[in-house]
Design a protein around this ligand. Structure first.
Ligand code: PMP
Length: 359
């Protein structure tokens, strides 16, 4: 068996020990005579899986009882609509900070359901900077402030947490579980699973309980966080296999030493790539230094005509999914938790060699 070095932005690499365990448990989960995806979501076995997954996530992130943890479907994109539906009436003002393609999508979706005030945007510099909070124009009556701490496409990250009067809502799809955070600074944290959590098909919402009960009347039950919380995320059939696998990922993270340890590894991995890019006249990264993502590292080659050769040769060297997003071009290495440091080392060696031959 050979596993390639996988730099996909999502669905992304999963930890090998997790995949091995899922393989071993696939035909007969803990003696029940069926896999976990073949039994009722209301069975004691599956309810136990969900409870253990939630408990593990709470330990990892330090989530207190003041917060509900919801396992939902529809990906992070559905939360772009769920956030305003759960927290604002149609005429209410909401603040949104726009620093890339994902927060921009959240903004457009937000406009369908509320009065959006763009408190800050870095569109003018091509989303390569994070506007300092001193320049934000927030609305005093905003129901919440939405932002995206890690822009997956642009590779732009906030390395600080905004300090807001309105509850802070964060799309953490591509940064959740990559480093410790203080959950109590947020009203709502949400994330699609397919990067640092598990397979696609699951979204996690962590919501301060005092923000529940505010959904507007016409909110579909499936989008209503309060309904989800009251039904322990089982208002309907949940994505059971994805929840099970997420639970295994959480256990893997705990065994590894938790988020402090993970952050140390992640910062070393990203450092290796940025050091190489900065030391070279051949590769470049457009993002301001203090706002570079540790999860998604976009880079360009000095001559874009070499992009295709780079990708073909990379693939031959088992370095997969390095093509940048179609909206920005160039390359992007996504180096989430499950991407091993040895994969980053292999990429660095390949990039050095490529530069020597073509630079
Ligand atoms: N937000 C961010 C930051 C993302 O990276 C993505 C997906 N790449 C999304 C939202 C959308 O997620 P989903 O596909 O789960 O709807």
């Amino acid at each position: 068996m050979s596993r390639a070095h996988n730099f996909c932005a999502g669905p992304a690499a999963l930890p090998v020990p997790v995949l091995e365990r899922a393989r071993d448990e696939m035909l007969d989960w803990h003696g029940v005579g069926a896999s976990i995806m073949e039994i009722s979501h209301r069975s004691a076995e599956f309810v136990g899986v969900t409870e253990r997954a939630e408990a593990s996530l709470r330990r990892l992130m330090g989530i207190s009882d003041d917060y509900a943890v919801l396992f939902l479907q529809g990906g992070a994109s559905l939360q772009f609509a769920s956030v305003p539906l759960n927290l604002a009436e149609a005429g209410d003002c909401v603040d949104q900070v726009v620093t890339g393609q994902w927060s921009k999508k959240a903004e457009s979706e937000g406009r369908r359901f509320a009065q959006v005030n763009v408190a800050a945007s870095s569109a003018l510099d091509g989303f390569t900077t994070v506007p300092p909070q001193s320049e934000w124009q927030v609305n005093d009556d905003a129901r919440y402030l939405h932002y995206c701490p890690n822009e997956t496409i642009g590779g732009l990250a906030f390395h600080w947490v905004p300090n807001t009067k309105a509850p802070l809502v964060a799309d953490m799809s591509s940064t959740i579980l990559s480093a410790p955070i203080d959950v109590s600074q947020y009203g709502v944290i949400y994330a699609g699973a397919q990067k640092n959590i598990g397979p696609a098909g699951l979204a996690i919402v962590i919501v301060r309980k005092s923000l529940l009960g505010r959904a507007r009347a016409e909110t579909p039950a499936m989008l209503n966080w309060t309904v989800a919380a009251e039904n322990d995320s089982m208002y309907n059939t949940p994505p059971s296999f994805a929840i099970y696998l997420a639970g295994l990922v959480f256990e893997w993270l705990e065994d590894l030493g938790g988020l402090t340890k993970m952050a140390e590894i992640n910062s070393r991995k990203a450092g290796k790539l940025y050091d190489l890019i900065d030391a070279s006249g051949f590769y470049a990264n457009p993002v301001e230094r203090q706002s570079r993502s540790l999860m998604n590292v976009p880079f360009t080659l000095a001559d874009a005509d070499l992009d295709k050769t780079f990708l073909v040769e990379a693939e031959a060297a088992q370095l997969l999914n390095l093509k940048g997003h179609r909206s920005v071009g160039g390359m992007r290495a996504s180096i989430y938790n499950a991407v091993e440091e040895s994969s980053v080392d292999a990429l660095v060696a390949f990039m050095q060699d490529f530069e020597q031959r073509y630079g």
